[in-house]
Design a protein around this ligand. Structure first.
Ligand SMILES: *[C@@H]1O[C@H](CO)[C@@H](O)[C@H](O)[C@H]1NC(C)=O
Length: 352
């Protein structure tokens, strides 16, 4: 899953190929490390580490490394690939239809390495945390669908407008991210990222992530299951009012993904359907022809409040999300503003 904004079509977008490679390399290193670790006298090692010559600098370095684990080289890769592998290896059980718009909650903290001159989490570092949170949400919900669409050549699910089966390897690429900052996070503060599907159109699947702090204060009414921690004592109803909930939001970010089979863009509803997340939509189905069937069909009054998560409730929720996602989609027009300094430029400056 490509990460930073603008890395669209980057080399890391092919999960189909990447996963087995990362898996094999990871497993091999773990086995090697495990075999070596068996020959180490750990007690002796610990005593020498803590009492031997030069212990002060060693202990200080250890503390520094422990506080900064998420900022170490390679940590981002481990976090993002870890989230992808976790959900690809252990495909989740079927979810109730309402789970499509439910949050996935990912915990993290502000490491000293992320702290800026104001002694707060630097605004630019929100984006690497977002990569992990989005990946957890999208992989948890959609790994079953990716697994099927990856084998489209055999399963013949996705077809181009002429009816031919789309071929090529599955790519999931991030098209854009935007983050709005509201409050600061101090160093070593725990926070949570609450990520959910916001909406989708014919090309993009939009996600919404709220940074919530302090961690562990806001609890959902229930968990759909899946998480080890979620099933252990964190279930409590939200007693907080709207004002209190909003007060906990530190930042909010929107992201958008595109799914590809080779060069063919896969309509997001293929992925959602194959993940068992979309109710059946009679007559028109979820994909229109020329016109966007999504927006043109009139919904019955009160569709947004239906207790039953049938297609009308899902569609009402999607349209609500699109009101915000539509503005965000307009950022794409930004590329067209670049004119290469036709009228001149200020200069080139160091440091960069
Ligand atoms: C980051 O965002 C916060 C919250 O909006 C703001 O107070 C702070 O000035 C920003 N930091 C920088 C370096 O712009």
């Amino acid at each position: 899953m490509a990460s930073a904004a603008g890395r669209v079509g980057g080399s890391t977008s092919n999960i189909g190929l990447l996963m087995p490679v990362v898996g094999v390399v990871g497993l091999a290193s773990a086995v090697l490390a495990g075999r070596r670790a068996m020959h180490v006298d750990w007690k002796d090692f610990a005593v020498r580490f803590l009492t031997g010559p030069g212990r002060t600098s060693r202990i200080l370095l250890l503390i520094y490394v422990l506080l900064n684990t998420k900022s170490l080289p390679g940590a981002w890769t481990i976090r993002v690939f870890g989230s992808m592998i976790r959900h690809a290896v252990q495909l989740r059980k079927p979810l109730p239809p309402k789970a499509l718009f439910h949050y996935s909650v990912t915990r993290s903290y502000t490491s000293p390495g992320e702290t800026d001159y104001n002694l707060h989490k630097s605004n630019s570092t929100y984006f690497s945390d977002l990569d992990v949170a989005r990946s957890q949400c999208v992989m948890h919900l959609m790994a079953p669908g990716f697994d099927k669409i990856r084998r489209n050549k055999q399963l013949r699910i996705v077809r181009d407008p002429a009816g031919a089966v789309a071929e090529g390897s599955l790519g999931v690429a991030l098209g854009a991210v935007a983050c709005s900052f509201k409050k600061e996070l101090p160093p070593l503060a725990g926070f949570e990222m609450w990520t959910r599907v916001l909406a989708w159109d014919r090309k993009w699947l939009y996600t919404m992530t709220h940074f919530v702090a302090p961690a562990g204060k806001v609890r959902p009414a229930s968990w759909d299951g899946g998480s080890f921690w979620a099933s252990r004592g964190r279930v409590a109803t939200v007693a907080a009012g709207e004002a209190e909930l909003q007060g906990r939001v530190v930042a909010s970010a929107v992201g958008k993904y595109v799914f590809k089979l080779g060069r063919f863009t896969v309509h997001p509803t293929y992925v959602l359907e194959q993940s068992g997340l979309l109710p059946e939509r009679p007559v028109t189905g979820w994909r229109g022809g020329e016109a966007d069937v999504h927006a043109e069909v009139e919904l019955p009054a009160g569709a947004a409040d239906l207790a039953d998560w049938d297609w009308r409730r899902v569609e009402a929720e999607r349209r609500k999300g699109m009101e915000l996602a539509g503005h965000f989609a307009a950022i794409d027009d930004a590329h067209a503003l670049f004119d290469g300094g036709r009228d001149g430029a200020l200069g080139q400056f160091f440091p960069g």
